[in-house]
Write a protein that binds this ligand. Sequence first.
Ligand code: T4K
Length: 410
Amino acid sequence: MPEAAPRLARDLALLGGSPLFSAKLHVGGPNVEGREALFRRIGEALDRRWLTNNGELLLEFEARLAQLLGVRHALVLCNGTVALEIVARALDLSGEVIVPSFTFIATAHALKWQQIEPVFVEVAERDHLMDPEAVERAITPRTTAILAVHTWGQPCHVEALEDIARRHGLKLVFDAAHAFACADAGRPIGGFGDAEVFSFHATKFFHTFEGGAITTNDDDLARRIKLMRNFGFTGFDNVESVGVNGKMSEVGAAMGLTNLDQLDHLIAVNRRNFARYREALRGLPGVELLDVPEGARRNFQHVVLQVKEGCALHRDDLVEALWAENIIARRYFYPGCHRMEPYRSEKAWDLPITDRVAGSVVILPTGTAVGDAEVDAVAGAIRAILEQADAVRTALVGRPRLVTQAMRVV
Ligand code: T4K
C-alpha cells in the first residue's frame, strides 16, 4: 500500500495536459465476471424454451436469495423502482409517506407514481442516514408509512424507526437498493420492517442487468406481491387483484445466479479498493472518505468522498477537473429530491443539512474495472487538482461545464 498516491507527472487536463485516462472511468461500471457460467445458464433456459414467468432459474435465484438474506420470502422483480411501487400498493399505502430527500429520485417517484405524497426529511451530516427525530416531527394524520433508505449500504437507525412506526401505527419499508449483502449488527439487511427493497441494476456491484427484489417475512404480503407482479393472475384465466408486469426474465436470473457465485470475490475487490483509497487519500486537507466501521458487514460499492468546508476547491470544481481527466466521478444525490420536479414546485422545502450533504459528496469509481493502478491514479489526480486549486479555478472561469452539459438521452 503506498503512503500517498503518486503525484501526477504531467499537467492536469484542465491546464492543457492530456486526460489521465484514455477512456472514461465510470462510477458503476458493471461487474461482468463469470461469463461461461452465465452463457451456460442462458443456454439451458433457451433449451427449455422457458424464458420468463417463474422459470427454473428465477425460482433457484429466489431460493438462494432468501437463504442468503435469512428471510422467508425473496421475490425478484424487473427493477428496484417497480419493486418499490408494488410494495407501496401491496401495503396499501396512501396519503403521506416519510422519506429522506437525500436519495436517488426513484425512492420519491415510486411513491408519487402511486399518488402518494413523499414528505422529505433531513439526514444526519455524519452518516447521510435519515434522522429518526426528523421522522417523528414529520408525522401527520395523513402519514401511513416510513420509507427509510440504507444509504451507501449503511443500515438505517432500524430500532429507532421500528419504535416510531410501532407507536404511530405506521408501516415501515426500507429502500435497500445499496445494501445487498450488508448487515446490521450481524443481522442481514432484508429482514427488517414490513419489507425491504433491493436494486439489481447494472451499476450495482451485484446486478441482474436490470432487476430488483422485495424481501419480507410476511406470508400474506408476499402473496399479494407475487400476484401484483404478474397482473394479479392466480390461474390461467383468473385474476384476483389489480397488478402490473413486474417480472424478471430468465436472462436476468441467470446473471443473478452467476453473480451470487461471485459474491465474495466482488465484495473483496470493493473492500480492497476502498482500503487503498483510504490510505491514498489519508491526511489530504479538505476532503474525507466516509468511513466504514471496523468489522461492519458492507459491500463497499460506494466510495464516498466528502469535500469539507474550507477545502481549497468547491466540490463542483473538483468534479469538473476529474471529468476532464476522464474520471467520471458522480455527485449522487445532488441536488436532492426536494430540489427536483415535481417536488420543488409543490412546496418550499427547508432542508439545510440535505443541501449541505448533497453539495459535498463525490462518489469515486470502484468495482472490478478498477484495480490498484486506477485507485492510485484517481487519488493522485484528486491530490494534484487540490494542490493546484487556484489554477484550476482560474481555468474554469467562463468555461462550459462538462458535468452539467452531459445530457442524458431523452
Ligand atoms: N433507490 C435507491 C436508493 C437507488 O439508488 C436506486 C437506484 C433505486 C431506488 C432504483 O433502483 P432501480 O430501479 O434502478 O433498480 C444509477 C442507476 O441507474 C440506479 O440504479 C441507481 N440507483 C443510481 C444510484 O445510479 P444513474 O442515473 O447514475 O445511472 P446510469 O444508468 O446513468 O449509469 C451510471 C453510470 O454508469 C453511467 O455514467 C455509465 C455507467 N454505466 C452504466 C450502465 C447502465 C456503464 O458503464 N455501463 C452500464 O451498463 O443512476
